[in-house]
Design a protein around this ligand. Sequence first.
Ligand SMILES: Nc1ncnc2c1ncn2[C@@H]1O[C@H](COP(=O)(O)OP(=O)(O)OP(=O)(O)O)[C@@H](O)[C@H]1O
Ligand SMILES: [Mg+2]
Length: 323
Amino acid sequence: MIKVENLTKRYARNVAVDGISFEVEKGQIVGFLGPNGAGKTTTMRVLTCFLPPTEGKAEVAGYDVIREPIEVKRRIGYLPETPPLYPEMEVSEYMEFVGKLKGVPRVDLARRVEEACERCHCEDVKAKLISRLSKGYRQRVGLAAAILHNPDVLILDEPTSALDPEQRRETLHLIKELGKEHTIILSTHVLPEVEQTCEKVIIINRGKLVATDTMENLNLRLRGAELVSVEVEGRNGALSHDAVKQKLETVDGVSRVTFKENRNNRLVFTVESAQGRPVRADLARAVVQSDWNLIELHSMGLSLEEIFLQLMASDKAAAGGAK
Ligand SMILES: Nc1ncnc2c1ncn2[C@@H]1O[C@H](COP(=O)(O)OP(=O)(O)OP(=O)(O)O)[C@@H](O)[C@H]1O
Ligand SMILES: [Mg+2]
């Protein structure tokens, strides 16, 4: 759905985006991450035809942003960091205005406005002046305006910044809902939000691509192996953690077992597996065959925050080494 190849954007001598390439498939919700000044907004502005690239190529639904901007704009809904709302207009008036700008046919306009407001849960404020709306509602109106022409792709620049936790939660829920019908790229600094909402992440730093992958693959790549937490309890009285540790170590593919804690005679271990060796099923079998109770067994991922910090640190080291 979106294809970016070797995209570069320079502002005078400042390189804001430096030869990045990535693809987004139809129906994905992708988190676009990077520290301040990384080039996220610039990339989004190129994708939405607000800025021409200096070099490289970007395509949306097969249309080129330079050669076919009208086709691209038809397929994209863009919510900039500060939604371009007119405070003196009423919500419905503003929506109709945007609809006309976007070339929604006059006969469809009222219905489209109705639908977009309904989908973005702002139908109850349609008669209100935009200046009277809370930030959360302004965001909803911004989103409703972005989906008014029913675009395939939504590009949302920090859609939850400046919102309180409750409004954030609602906006994310709404984005997830919209993700059922649209391909979405959203930028944010709030990493747990990305973990909850996005299937894939694109991480850039100082204009360069650092990583683009699914959360799961990033985890595996950085960890190199699976990390599993296992909680075991004896059937008749206390267990020795050494005995359990030794047993878990015999499981095929296990590279390391660490005893973590004793929670009221329930023993907690973390187990590392060799790369590409799923061990959870065998661990469960080993515990049960030893006649112990398996209280809990789950895979422990890295948090996106840990992933992000690790990637930034290695990117910094690589840049330092190149100097
Ligand atoms: N209009 C402009 N003219 C000159 N330089 C610009 C312009 N817009 C952005 N830049 C520079 O380009 C770089 C990338 O900026 P951009 O706004 O794309 O980053 P960002 O990742 O969106 O950051 P943030 O998280 O702070 O929003 C920065 O160094 C910024 O100073
Ligand atoms: Mg930005």
